[in-house]
Design a protein around this ligand. Sequence first.
Ligand code: TRP
Length: 334
Amino acid sequence: MEEVQKKRILSGIQPSGDLTLGSYLGAIKNWSALADEYDCYYMLADMHTITVRQVPADLRRRTLTQLAAYIACGLDPEKNVLFIQSHVPAHAQLGWVLDCYTMFGELSRMTQFKDKSAKNADNINAGLFTYPALMAADILLYQADLVPVGEDQKQHVEICRDIANRFNGIYGEVFKMPEPYIPKMGARVMSLTSPENKMSKSDKDQNGCVYLLEKPEDIMRKFKKAVTDSEACVRFAPQEKPGVSNLMQIYAVCTGKGIAEIEREFDGRGYGDFKMAVGEAVVETLRPIREETERILADKAYLEGVYRAGAEHASYVANKTLRKVYKKVGFVER
Ligand code: TRP
């Protein structure tokens, strides 16, 4: 018996760097609960990652580590389809077709292309330029209803909708129109050293960013160095006291305590104590994730089983859409 169709979510994550505490508390932590309500597909977007030059061994290691980490963070492969983009050839295949329905002018307006080509002036390759068409293929292949993305990717979901509209306008309703989905806000975690900026793996100051799989002693060192202010009072005031407020927020999410409770807990105590407590709370939050990630990574057969099953499931869905598209544009059926 078929249940009522759940809405489908698809999201892609580039294995271009190590996962951070910010991405965990802000996003990943909340994903496992989505599986009850939605039909969820998560893809490691390794094909997107090579638009910027990569060290092959690092890309391979990060792809597998991230897959293991997602599972360790609670994304159950029995309830979510977890796969690696390059394992599903339909992405490249539909990507090419959509390249032919995407305009040079609209790609030129993408802010991420402008930013990335400024940062990689010696490697402004065609893939970097047509990347939004590949991302549109990622989404449209699965007839996704919702695409969870951060602010920086909204423009790419917009162009995906434009491409889908254009295609549907010519050939009829081939693609479902996806919507960007801004998930219920997780915590917005700021850099420990420049708390006016979001915690980011591309932050030049490595002390500002805590990684998901970092060793406890390194985490503690970063929290001890975290920027505060001269008031010496643990009080929540994001504008006036961005450093302390950020630490309070991190402590709140890791311990489940409320802001007022935290203010009382540290009333009359110095920042030294407070920073240690936040560091320890983070260490304890991340410990099981790190241990579980390591355990999964060591179990090669299991991990292989997960990505193979994911690729098989994803291919089945993706190929259905691809066949329809091939037929519509006039390719001869094999
Ligand atoms: N472009 C996204 C990023 O850089 C990753 C991505 C690739 C993606 N394909 C996707 C996100 C499809 C959502 C849907 O973060």
